[in-house]
Design a protein around this ligand. Structure first.
Ligand code: DX5
Ligand code: ZN
Length: 216
């Protein structure tokens, strides 16, 4: 059976105790950590920049899954790479030259992904799929943790799965927003390879158990 990748989002962690929260998820058995970067332009919220990624890099060997919710990924991605990102995902809805950006990120030696907001359809990224390491399907409006999962995004996950399998593309499907243990199995059944989860883990009474419950 395929093993699902769990990528806890530190957006809901305690920012004054990030290294301890990261240790906790590591001990709970995850291999990835999801880092949400917001600029106050692309989304109405501001989070962390490369300096935080760099500090955290010294504390853990986890795979850094960096989700750029910023208006100018072409201007800033390299700083995140140098800070220790293993995967950089930017949004399809920005005005960057996407083919070139994907190529630049990959030729720097790390992985490249594209994220699609709920209103963006799969057809808008279909021609990029052969070149992508990952597609990040947003199942909430990007910007904030703790929102409800949009069940109507399930057909989008299924159609991506179909296209990727039929063409043998080497591209993971990651799902982000509103994921708890019940939703996790729905997403995996629909074809997800990786699941992001923030508030479900970090607001739980027992965060370690919450992480473990996501391995469906
Ligand atoms: C939302 C972020 C998500 C968020 C998920 O814009 O991209 O990664 O942290 O948090 P939950 O799991 O609380 O929806
Ligand atoms: Zn995210």
């Amino acid at each position: 059976m395929k093993k699902v990748i769990i990528a806890p989002s530190i957006l809901s962690a305690d920012f004054a105790a990030l290294k301890y929260d990261v240790k906790m998820i590591e001990e709970a058995g995850v291999e990835w950590v999801h880092i949400d970067v917001m600029d106050g332009h692309f989304v109405p919220n501001i989070t962390v920049g490369p300096v935080v990624v760099k500090s955290l890099r010294k504390e853990t060997k986890l795979f850094f899954d960096v989700h750029l919710m910023i208006a100018n990924p072409e201007k800033y991605w390299r700083e995140f790479k140098e800070a220790g990102a293993d995967l950089i995902t930017f949004h399809n809805e920005v005005s960057a030259e996407k083919n070139k950006l994907v190529e630049d990120i990959k030729s720097s030696g790390i992985k490249a992904g594209i994220s699609i907001k709920p209103e963006t359809s799969v057809s808008e990224i279909e021609t990029l799929l052969p070149y992508l390491d990952l597609v990040l399907v947003m199942t909430v409006e990007p910007g904030f943790g703790g929102q409800s999962f949009m069940e109507n995004m399930i057909p989008k996950i299924k159609s991506l799965r179909k296209i990727i399998d039929e063409n043998n593309y080497d591209c993971l499907i990651e799902v982000d927003g509103g994921i708890d243990s019940r939703i996790a199995s729905i997403c995996v059944d629909a074809g997800a390879d990786a699941l992001v989860s923030g508030s479900y883990i970090f607001a739980a009474k027992n965060p370690t158990e919450a992480v473990k419950s996501l391995f469906v």
